[in-house]
Design a protein. Structure first.
Length: 699
C-alpha cells in the first residue's frame, strides 16, 4: 500500500505525504499536482487512522466528489460515512445533529442565493427601503458573515442614524426571519457551527476527538469565519495540513482572506512548510511569462515554477482596433487550428474579466458556426421550474419555510390574490407564526372570503398530501409533486424536460440528503462535457486547464478592473491574470482592443500595465488595426511626426511630482506641441503636454 501511495510522486510531494503529525503548510503552485498530494496524504493517513476520523475539506462539490473518488481508488475502503466534502456540506452534517442547542429544529431548510434575495426583498419592502438595493445589501450581509461579524456586533459599531445602521437592522431582521422559517443560508452553516463550538465546549471536544487529522484544499480561498472554525477544531491536536497557493487567491470579493495562508506560520508556529514548484501542466515559456507578472506582487510567498516541458511557443500579445476585430481574430485562429486537426473545440478556452465581454465573442463564434458553451452561467438547479418543484419538497419537509411557501402558493396559479396574501403576512407577524400556520388560523377564524378560504384549503390539502405520502426515494416524491400539484400542466415542453431530468437524477436518493445536496449546488458544479469552446470569466477558470487559452481584454480599466484602486485590489487583479495564464498548457494569447464598448459607451483603451512585466524575448507582439479606423490614421500621423527625445523614449521610466514613477507608453508631436502618454501604476494612464508635464527621467 505504502509503495502504491508514493509511486510516481516527486521528492517534495513524498515529503508532504510522509510528514508525521503537527501543522503542515503545502505551498502548491499552479499545476503542481496538489489534488494528487492531498488525496495521497489522506490514503497514507488512512493506513493508521479510520477514514472517518479524517476531516477533508474543499470548496466545490465537483472538487469534493473528485477527491472522494480518488481516495476510494487508493484506499479500497468504504467512504460512505466519511467526512470528505465542502465546508458547507460538512458543517451541514454537524448542524443536522447539533443545531438544537441554538433553538432550531434539525429539519431546517438551506436557502441559496435566490431564496436569500426573495427574503431580503420582502424585508426591504416592509422597512420601506428601496427594493432595488437587495443584491448589494445581501452581498454586504454575506461579507459580514464571512468576516464572522454578527448583527449585534455590526449594530454596535454604528451611530444610530446612517445607512450602516439601517443595514444592521435589516441584518438583524434577516437573521430573525431565517430562524422563524427554521432556515439557514450558506454563510450560517459556517457561523452557526462555530457558534455551537464556542458556546458548548463539550460539543467542540467531541468533534476534536472525532477528527484526528484535518486536511484543507484551496486554503487560500478560506474566509475569516472558515478559518476560525478550523482553528477551533485543530486547537487541541494541531494535526492540520493545508494546501494552497497565495498567488491564486482571487476571491477577495467573496470574503476570501489571503492573510489566512500568509499568516498560517504565525498561527501555528511549529508548522513545516513544503513548496511544490514542479508544474505538470504548462510549457516552461508560459510559466516564465506568468512568473514574471506575479513576482511583482508585494505580499506573496516566493515560488519559482518549472516544467520538464522545456521551451514552448512564445506567448502572443495581440492589439486590435476594436473588440469586434479581436473576436474575429480569435474565432479564425480557433477555426484554423481545429481544421488542421491540431485540437478539438473543447481544447479551447476564451477568458475575460467581466461578463459583458462575452456578447461580441458569442456573436462572432455563432457567425463562424463554432460551437461554444458559457461556463458559470445559470445553474440547472437555479432554473425557475427546478426551484419551484424543490420548493414544494422543502415546504413538505419544513412547514415553517416561508420563502418556499411564498414561491409556490400561486404556482401554478390558484387565484390567491394580493389582499389574501397581505392578510396572511399580517396574521403571521401579529402571532409570530409561520405563513403556513397563519393560513390555518385565517381559515379557522373566518378572516378571509369563502372563495379565498376554498383556495387556501386546496393549497393546504396539496401540501398535507405531499407530506404524508410514502415514497421509495426522492425521485418518487418529485414525480408525485409534479403531477399532484398541477405543475405538469402549467409548463411548456422544454421546462418539462428539465423537470424530468431532475426526477431522473434523484432516483435511489434519500429525500433529505437530496434536498440538502441540491441546496448546496452552485453553478461551478454544473458539468458540460460537450465538444465546444469554453467561454468564461477569469474567476470561473480557476481549477481548470486547456491546451489553448485566449485572455481577451487585457486592458487598463478591464484588467486591472477600473474599480480596483488600492494596492491590495491591484494585487488581486494581477493574481487574476496569473490564474488565467496558468490555465494554458500549450498556447497562450493575450489580446486587447483600442476601442471597446463598456457600459453602453465606446471607450478608448490602453494595454494593461501588467503587460509591461513580460520580457520581450518571451512574447511575440502582433498589432492588427483596421485600415479604415480613425485610430489608424492618427497612429500613422504619430509615426510620421514622432521625434522622441532620448529621455522620453517608449519604455523609459519617469517621475512626476504628484503621481510618482511611471512608464512612458507613447510620445508624439513636435516642438511645443509634443504630447506624452505615461502609465502610473497607482493612478493609471495619463496623457500630458510635454512642456507642462514637469517630468524627470529616472536613470
Amino acid at each position: 500500500m505504502s509503495k502504491t501511495i508514493l509511486e510516481g510522486l516527486n521528492p517534495q510531494q513524498k515529503e508532504a505525504i510522509l510528514h508525521n503529525g503537527g501543522p503542515l503548510l503545502i505551498l502548491a503552485g499552479a499545476g503542481s499536482g496538489k489534488t494528487r498530494v492531498i488525496t495521497h496524504k489522506f490514503a497514507y493517513l488512512a493506513k493508521k487512522l479510520s477514514p472517518n476520523s479524517i476531516l477533508a475539506l474543499t470548496f466545490t462539490n465537483k472538487a469534493a466528489d473528485e477527491m472522494k473518488a480518488r481516495i476510494a481508488a487508493l484506499t479500497k475502503k468504504d467512504l460512505r460515512n466519511s467526512w470528505i466534502g465542502t465546508f458547507h456540506s460538512q458543517c451541514n452534517k454537524i448542524l443536522r445533529k447539533e443545531i438544537g442547542v441554538l433553538g432550531y429544529n434539525r429539519d431546517f431548510s438551506i436557502y441559496d442565493e435566490d431564496d436569500q434575495c426573495n427574503l431580503i426583498r420582502h424585508i426591504l419592502k416592509e422597512f420601506k427601503i428601496y427594493e432595488a438595493l437587495y443584491k448589494g445589501i445581501l452581498s454586504r450581509i454575506s461579507s459580514l458573515k464571512s468576516a464572522s461579524i454578527t448583527p449585534e456586533e455590526f449594530l454596535s459599531k454604528g451611530d444610530g442614524f446612517g445607512f450602516e445602521d439601517r443595514l444592521a437592522r435589516v441584518y438583524i431582521r434577516y437573521q430573525d426571519e431565517l430562524k422563524r422559517c427554521n432556515a439557514v443560508d450558506l454563510d450560517d452553516l459556517i457561523m452557526l457551527t462555530t457558534k455551537i463550538f464556542e458556546e458548548h465546549p463539550d460539543i467542540l471536544k467531541k468533534y476534536q476527538q472525532r477528527f484526528q487529522y484535518i486536511l484543507i484544499d484551496e486554503f487560500q480561498d478560506t474566509n475569516t469565519a472558515q478559518y476560525k472554525l478550523i482553528k477551533l477544531l485543530a486547537s487541541s491536536h494541531k494535526n492540520i495540513c493545508v494546501v494552497g497557493d497565495d498567488d491564486q487567491s482571487i476571491y477577495g470579493f467573496r470574503g476570501a482572506n489571503i492573510n489566512n495562508i500568509l499568516n498560517f506560520e504565525k498561527d501555528f508556529p511549529t508548522a513545516k512548510v513544503i513548496k511544490l514548484e514542479q508544474n505538470y501542466r504548462s510549457t516552461q515559456n508560459i510559466l516564465h511569462v506568468s512568473g514574471c507578472i506575479i513576482k511583482n506582487n508585494p505580499k506573496r510567498k516566493a515560488k519559482t515554477l518549472w516544467s520538464e516541458r522545456k521551451g514552448g511557443e512564445k506567448v502572443l500579445q495581440c492589439w486590435f482596433g476594436t473588440e469586434e476585430e479581436e473576436a474575429k481574430y480569435i474565432a479564425k485562429l480557433i477555426k484554423g487550428l481545429y481544421l488542421k486537426g491540431m485540437y478539438d473545440y473543447n481544447d479551447f478556452a476564451i477568458l475575460y474579466r467581466i461578463n459583458l465581454q462575452s456578447r461580441v465573442l458569442e456573436d462572432t463564434l455563432r457567425h463562424e458556426g463554432l460551437p461554444y458553451r458559457i461556463v458559470g452561467g445559470v445553474s440547472f438547479y437555479h432554473r425557475k421550474e427546478i426551484k419551484d418543484i424543490i420548493a414544494y419538497m422543502r415546504l413538505a419537509l419544513n412547514r415553517d419555510d416561508n420563502v418556499s411557501l411564498r414561491r409556490i402558493i400561486n404556482c401554478p396559479p390558484r387565484g390567491i390574490g394580493d389582499s389574501t396574501l397581505s392578510k396572511l403576512e399580517q396574521e403571521a407577524k401579529k402571532k409570530s407564526i409561520s405563513l403556513f400556520a397563519a393560513i390555518k388560523n385565517v381559515i379557522k377564524s373566518g378572516g378571509v372570503t369563502s372563495s379565498a378560504r376554498e383556495k387556501l384549503e386546496g393549497f393546504l390539502s396539496i401540501i398535507d398530501k405531499i407530506s404524508s405520502g410514502k415514497y421509495k426515494d426522492a425521485a418518487d416524491m418529485l414525480s408525485k409533486i409534479y403531477t399532484k400539484t398541477g405543475y405538469s400542466e402549467f409548463i411548456n415542453d422544454e421546462r418539462a424536460e428539465n423537470v424530468q431530468e431532475l426526477i431522473a437524477s434523484a432516483e435511489g436518493k434519500d429525500i433529505k440528503e437530496f434536498v440538502d445536496r441540491v441546496s448546496l449546488i452552485t453553478s461551478v458544479d454544473d458539468v458540460d462535457n460537450s465538444n465546444a469552446i469554453s467561454l468564461m470569466t477569469l474567476h470561473s477558470a480557476k481549477g481548470l486547464e486547456f491546451p489553448v487559452v485566449f485572455i481577451a481584454g487585457v486592458e487598463e480599466g478591464v484588467l486591472p478592473y477600473f474599480k480596483a484602486k488600492g494596492t491590495e485590489e491591484i494585487a488581486e487583479e494581477r493574481r487574476l491574470l496569473y490564474v488565467g495564464m496558468t490555465r494554458a498548457k500549450d498556447l497562450l494569447w493575450l489580446t486587447g482592443a483600442k476601442r471597446r464598448k463598456l457600459y453602453a459607451k465606446v471607450q478608448e483603451q490602453e494595454p494593461s500595465r501588467f503587460l509591461n512585466d513580460i520580457p520581450e524575448e518571451s512574447c511575440q507582439k502582433i498589432e492588427k488595426i483596421l485600415k479604415d479606423t480613425p485610430y489608424t490614421a492618427a497612429r500613422k500621423q504619430r509615426i510620421k511626426t514622432f521625434k522622441p527625445a532620448a529621455a522620453y523614449s517608449v519604455g523609459a521610466r519617469v517621475r512626476h511630482p504628484k503621481w510618482g514613477i511611471g512608464v512612458v507608453r507613447d510620445c508624439y508631436g513636435e516642438g511645443d506641441d509634443q504630447k506624452i502618454t505615461v502609465n502610473f501604476p497607482e493612478i493609471g494612464i495619463k496623457r500630458l503636454a510635454l512642456k507642462f508635464a514637469n517630468l524627470e527621467r529616472i536613470r
